[in-house]
Design a protein around this ligand. Sequence first.
Ligand code: IPE
Ligand code: MG
Length: 146
Amino acid sequence: MKHLAVIMDGNGRWAEQRGLLRSVGHEKGANAFVEAIRDFVSLPLEVMTFYAFSTENNNRNEEEVSNILNVIAYFLQSKVFDFARENNIEVVFIGDLEKLPDDLQKTIYSFPRIVNPKKTLVIAVNYGGVNEVVRAVNKLIMLNAP
Ligand code: IPE
Ligand code: MG
C-alpha cells in the first residue's frame, strides 16, 4: 500500500460522551493526527491524506467553525511545519482554500514546495464532493473562455 487516506470524524461525539466540550474533542483529534503523522515517517507509505474539514462543516454554529479552523491553524504552525521539514515531507493542501479565513490561508501558503520529497502529506481543508465538481467545471469554463 502506498497511499492511506483518513477521514477524521467523531471528535465531537467523543467529547460529548465524556461530558466534555466539543472543542476538547477537536483538540484531542488534532493530537491524534500528530501521532498519526509521526507513524507515517516509519510506515512504508508514500502518501497520507487527511480529510480535516468539509464544506458541510461550515453549517455548524459560528463558534464551532472558528474553533475547528483555529485548531487546524495552530497545529499546522506549531506541529506540522517543522516536523515536515525535518522529515523531508512535502505538505500539500486540497479543498476550497480561498474561502478560508485569511490567517489560515497564510499558514497554508507558508508551507514550501520541496524538491525530491521523501513522502507527501495531503491535508484536505474545506473539501466536498459537490464543491470539487463545481470548481472543476468553473475552471474548464475559464479555460475555454474566448
Ligand atoms: C471530526 O469530528 C472533525 C471535524 C469535522 C473537524 P466531528 O466534529 O465531525 O465530530 P462528530 O462527528 O460531530 O462527533
Ligand atoms: Mg462528524
